[in-house]
Design a protein around this ligand. Structure first.
Ligand code: GDP
Ligand code: MN
Length: 378
């Protein structure tokens, strides 16, 4: 689960990491509740789960009340990378001397955690990593030993922080590690962490991801749950008995069983394509599931072809075929559909599909290759 900036800052505040207070507004009418003595300049910020809000016009500096209102109305309701802004936060602007990047991530490959720090704050860290990786400090943290004060000081030296400010920075780093561990996070990021001309540090942005598998230990987090656009669809799919995860490719996949779904995605990749989603319709084969699956997949406008890969066991191939024909009748699908049916009632299933516009194939390989080709429009 991802937290919004203001939610993450609440957590920072609880752990003693300095932040400016966020005034959180959920509609234009709430503007009248804003105190007159806000103390300008303020920053008006869109609260969405995607990054790069600044570049997209979702972060604006306002020097007086009128400007604040104007920016607020501009930002509320705008769409950033496909996510509609429904919450806006107004916070006192921090006077910035220099911006830094600081994060801790769960690092499965190294059986521990990795702290990352860079003097290139405010930039997207992926870009820094690509162009000048030497500007990032990667510090491995052994979970059995934890993050020690000398590690934190090492970060300060790497960032060329003046000696007199190293201790303040170290405290922030140690607190970040404590909150990372206590809350079972997979990511805690401050980008940027800034130092003011007076030498005070502030976290002016926050990004936190909580390990969903640990939610049971943090029931109070549920109150923080706000779903991003993609998550809303994933949630809706779950309620319909489908496991759906949206990805960036253009070949939609409908598969029964998580393992087969993974194998199908691998195969699409292997032959040079890109899956648009993971979708497991599960064991039963109620026709309605097929209708729901197609309906959900086709909401993603990147999808250019659909590959249905069914291994009939409990799931019966004829039920899948029936559902599919109903779905096609109900929702007008113009996309090419490739289908591979094998297993229980395969013959009956295939017979039902004969004479339709569906592309029936007999192997996964053939199905993957054909759906990639069709997605390219050739
Ligand atoms: P992001 O674009 O989604 O990462 O949003 P951020 O909260 O990181 O803000 C983007 C940029 O806006 C920062 O890197 C700063 O340069 C600027 N910014 C944000 N908050 C403040 C602030 O309080 N004072 C000043 N001077 N600039 C700010
Ligand atoms: Mn940021």
């Amino acid at each position: 689960m991802k937290l919004l900036e203001y939610q993450g800052k609440e957590v920072f505040h609880r752990y003693g990491i300095p932040v400016e207070k966020c005034h959180v507004l959920k509609s234009v009418s709430e503007l009248k509740n804003m105190p007159d003595d806000l103390g300008y300049p303020v920053v008006v910020k869109a609260q969405v789960h995607v990054g790069g809000r600044g570049k997209a016009g979702g972060v604006k500096l306002a020097h007086n009340h009128e400007e604040m209102e104007t920016y607020f109305k501009e930002i509320m309701g705008m769409t950033i990378k496909g996510e509609k802004v429904e919450i806006v936060c107004v916070t006192q602007a921090v006077n910035i001397e220099k911006e830094f990047y600081l994060s801790i991530v769960l690092d499965r490959e190294n059986n521990g955690f990795t702290l990352m720090a860079s003097g290139e704050g405010g930039m997207e860290i992926e870009q820094v990593a690509k162009e000048s990786p030497e500007k990032i400090l990667f510090l491995h943290i052994n979970p059995l030993i934890g993050l020690l004060p000398y590690h934190a000081r090492e970060v300060g030296f790497f960032l060329n922080i003046p000696k007199e400010n190293i201790s303040a920075l170290s405290k922030i780093i140690l607190k970040l590690y404590t909150l990372f561990r206590e809350n079972d996070l997979t990511l805690a990021e401050i980008n940027p962490l800034v130092i003011t001309p007076k030498g005070d540090f502030y976290a002016i942005d926050s990004k936190m991801i909580i390990d969903d598998n640990a939610m049971i230990r943090h029931k109070d987090w549920e109150a923080y749950r706000t779903l991003s656009g993609d998550e809303k669809i994933e949630h809706e799919a779950k309620e319909k008995g489908l496991s759906y995860i949206k990805l960036d490719g253009n070949v939609g996949c409908i598969v029964n069983g998580a393992g087969l779904a993974m194998a199908t995605m691998d195969l699409i990749k292997k032959y040079g394509g890109n899956p648009a989603n993971f979708l497991d319709v599960g064991g039963s084969s109620r026709p309605q599931k097929m209708i729901d699956a197609i309906e959900i997949i086709t909401r993603d406008k990147n999808v250019k072809s659909i590959f249905i890969n069914i291994f009939g066991g409990i799931t019966r191939c004829d039920d899948i075929a029936k559902g599919l024909l109903q779905a096609i009748k109900k929702i007008n699908i113009e996309l090419p559909i490739v289908i591979r049916l094998t297993g229980t009632n395969e013959k009956e299933g295939k017979a039902l599909l004969e004479g339709t516009s569906l592309h029936t194939v007999s192997s996964m390989k053939e199905g993957a290759q054909l759906s990639i080709k069709l997605a390219k429009g050739v």
